[in-house]
Design a protein around this ligand. Structure first.
Ligand code: MLT
Length: 404
């Protein structure tokens, strides 16, 4: 008789955004007359930039002609895209990353879930609390997290690094030394970030302790302040301790297109074993590459026209962030984030729990957000709103919340 991977049975509830989706669907069915504004999941709403569409059209046409048709993509991604990434996201920032250290994928969510596979099951992970749930859940699935305590909502073998108002939502070094450290800056869900010198501290910490940092930089395009690093490889020594994950979802609106990449520097080794070689083996065996058309779309992100158009798109969302932040502040809410990230993190009013506030907002304002506790126990009493809605919906949502 076959057996299942019992680790899956340890997962409490469903994936956060699936739970929210179900709740909202049930409410909508019961109240078909209500107009719901969705500022929950960080999904973009602006159409793809014209430069990207043009590039995709051209690539589609190429696929219809014998001479330019493409079959399987190279394992690790097309050279044209990897070179564009290396030049624009790294070399231009003084970060020493070569094209062959970049692994093109169908998105950072998959990479952030899959990357743990190349590490021993005995490794202990550290995560920020609150945290993007994928990091923890995928380690649960592989059996690395021990047992779950329903009371504390914590796993026995996970090191939690609380990010609260007291530490300005920036994690302190944990007391127990982790093997793998998941960091995401600018941060999802709190919308906060850390300065480059603080990030350098984490790189030094990892090198000193023999830890690997898995650095999720999905929101890098939203950095507005000077002293924030755009990539962890701006920090000295990061090549020997960090893997960086990037997404095209938030900077270029590819949530439905799907494209991302992982950087695994060749200096990152466990003894003599190169993590680059392990990830290349994994990629080659389990993955046939992002589609040619999509990789051409990714290349257009780095064209002069693409950059210009996407700068405007990011500014559009950041204006929404400002509208939400200032609107809620004027209504007396305690709010953070929204300066270097498209997320606003607010304290729930009247000591409501995160889920109580979720229900209250859905029922009275017909606005959907994300309960902070869904990201971890230190998120309790907080709530996340995304700036990825349309401007009109953002204004309307803020007006509705202010009128409560
Ligand atoms: C979020 O809302 O946290 C993100 O959209 C989830 C994701 O990017 O997968």
């Amino acid at each position: 008789m076959f057996k299942i991977n019992e680790n899956y049975l340890k997962l409490p509830g469903s994936y956060l955004f699936s739970t929210i989706g179900k709740k909202v669907a049930a409410y909508t069915e019961a109240h078909p007359d209500k107009t719901i504004i969705r500022l929950g999941i960080g999904d973009v709403t602006q159409p793809l930039a014209p430069a990207i569409i043009d590039s995709m059209h051209k690539a589609v046409d190429e696929m219809g002609v014998k001479e330019t048709f493409r079959g399987y993509a190279p394992d690790l991604g097309y050279e044209f895209l990897r070179t564009a990434i290396a030049d624009n996201d790294y070399k231009s920032r003084g970060a020493d990353i070569a094209a062959d250290e970049i692994f093109v994928s169908d998105g950072a969510k998959c990479d952030s879930g899959n990357i743990q596979e190349i590490f021993s099951i005995d490794n202990k992970i550290a995560v920020c609390d609150p945290v993007y749930p994928v990091y923890v859940d995928t380690n649960v699935m592989s059996g690395r997290t021990g047992t779950y305590d329903e009371k504390t909502e914590m796993w026995s073998d996970v090191i939690y690094m609380p990010c609260t108002a007291d530490n300005h939502f920036a994690p302190d070094f944990p007391k127990e030394t982790p093997d793998l450290i998941y960091l995401c800056f600018p941060n999802n869900p709190t919308g906060s970030t850390i300065r480059k010198d603080q990030l350098q501290g984490w790189v030094d910490y990892a090198n000193k302790n023999g830890s690997v940092i898995i650095y999720d930089a999905a929101y890098e395009a939203y950095i507005a302040e000077e002293d924030v690093a755009h990539t962890i490889y701006e920090c000295e020594g990061a090549r020997s301790c960090a893997i960086e994950l990037k997404s095209f979802s938030k900077n270029a609106g590819f949530t439905g297109v799907r494209l991302g990449y992982a950087v695994v520097p060749k200096d990152l080794k466990c003894g003599e074993v190169s993590l680059h070689a392990l990830w290349a083996r994994r990629h080659g065996t389990k993955y046939n590459g992002a589609p040619y058309i999509i990789q051409r779309a990714g290349e257009a992100v780095y064209s002069e026209l693409g950059k210009e158009q996407l700068k405007k798109q990011v500014a559009y969302y950041m204006n929404n962030a400002k509208v939400i932040k200032e609107g809620l502040q004027s209504a007396g809410y305690t709010v953070s984030g929204g300066v270097n990230a498209p997320y606003i993190w607010l304290k729930t009013p009247d000591r409501m729990t995160s889920w109580e506030f979720f229900d209250y907002l859905l029922e009275t304002a017909n606005v959907v957000g994300t309960p902070g506790s869904g990201f971890g126990p230190s998120g309790e009493g907080y709530f996340r709103l995304t700036a990825f809605g349309s401007y009109e919906n953002t204004i309307a949502a803020v007006e509705r919340i202010k009128a409560l």
